[in-house]
Design a protein around this ligand. Structure first.
Ligand SMILES: [Fe+2]
Length: 351
């Protein structure tokens, strides 16, 4: 399959080409069990994201069409891959996910949530096995309403219909039914899927749980779900800029977001996360590459000059220098060779 990565907004045709029912079970059986023959292959962070998207799309298809232990093994394999990727290249993966604008919404969101949940879980000293269950929950949290996502809910600018609202309200319960049917008996995994829309103020769904009934894994999932939802474009608004998202997360502390976890997220990403597009004082457009010597001054790479000229190579800049000070966050620039240009900025990782 051709790479699905792109630097522009997705088109319906792209998404339909990946539609879950556009492939047959025979097609999918080829990749039922991901091979280990590529174990030593090194790929760019963007190719890694493409690959995991594809695996996740296939896993969702199989969960709906043929829920069994083999499918659950695929999901755990994918979670292991995410843990391995996060150990090798956490900053590069965050950048690649932030930059991604093309893959089908559901898979972008769930993969992004899985990576963020793993990195926050590490910072909170959660055991690897618990983090693995949490990643599996991130990847399957909305399995109970995938058909709704196929209707491009994220692109819908009209108000939700009564039927859509009903389906959304019950998708955590429908989700755990599908997972249980497939043989999932992991309590952490099932609990997070069932509770990922509960809120600390008791106004969540489906059970309107109180704060003390909401476990750490669920709190992490709520946090990353909120972040990723705002980082992605919707029918009624474009993607929000990362500083605005972090501000919103800060404002939701206590009601929806655990304040301690909000602090962990902000420490993890910084105010200008990797993959965030910025304008520099000298007029260049640059992408945030990694944290710098100080949290407020990340290392960035310029790709478009002050007069709109396309650079042939990305040029790293230290944003603590006055002429390269970040003056604003901006939308992704057009550049005829953007992916190839940026691929050089983050080390490759093994799959
Ligand atoms: Fe959900």
């Amino acid at each position: 399959m051709a790479p699905t990565y792109s630097w522009i907004q997705s088109t319906d045709s792209t998404n339909r080409a990946q539609s879950r029912f556009g492939r047959t079970l025979i097609d999918m059986s080829i990749t039922d069990r991901p091979t280990t023959s590529r174990a030593k292959e090194a790929v760019s962070v963007f190719a890694w994201v493409d690959r995991q998207h594809q695996l996740l799309a296939e896993t969702h298809d199989l969960l709906l069409l043929r829920p069994d232990q083999k499918t659950i093994s695929r999901c755990r394999y994918l979670a292991h891959q995410i843990q391995k990727g996060c150990r090798q290249q956490p900053v590069g993966l965050l950048a690649a996910l932030q930059l991604n604008r093309n893959a089908q919404f559901q898979h972008v969101k769930e993969l992004y949530c899985g990576v963020l949940a793993e990195l926050i879980g590490v910072k909170c000293n959660l055991a690897p096995a618990s983090r693995l269950s949490m990643i599996c929950a991130a990847l399957t949290q909305d399995i109970g309403m995938l058909d709704l996502q196929d209707d491009r809910l994220d692109r819908q600018s009209l108000a939700l219909t009564e039927q859509q609202l009903r389906q959304i309200k019950k998708h955590p319960i429908d989700g755990i039914k599908i997972l249980a049917q497939a043989g999932v008996d992991d309590r952490i995994w099932l609990t997070i899927v069932e509770r990922h829309h509960e809120r600390l103020d008791g106004k969540g769904y489906p059970h309107r749980l109180d704060e003390e009934q909401i476990d750490m894994g669920t709190r992490i999932m709520t946090l990353v779900d909120n972040f990723v939802a705002m980082a992605r474009p919707r029918g009624d608004r474009p993607a929000m800029m990362p500083p605005k998202i972090l501000q919103q997360i800060f404002l939701k502390r206590g009601d929806q977001i655990d304040p301690r976890l909000a602090k962990v997220l902000i420490e993890l990403l910084g105010l200008k996360p990797p993959g965030c597009w910025v304008q520099l004082a000298n007029g260049e457009t640059a992408v945030v590459v990694r944290p710098g010597s100080h949290n407020a001054f990340p290392v960035v790479a310029s790709v478009v000059g002050p007069d709109g000229e396309h650079y042939e190579q990305a040029i790293e800049r230290d944003s603590s220098e006055r002429r390269f000070t970040i003056v604003d966050c901006v939308a992704a620039p057009f550049h005829f060779n953007l992916r190839q240009l940026l691929e050089q900025l983050w080390p490759r990782l093994e799959i």
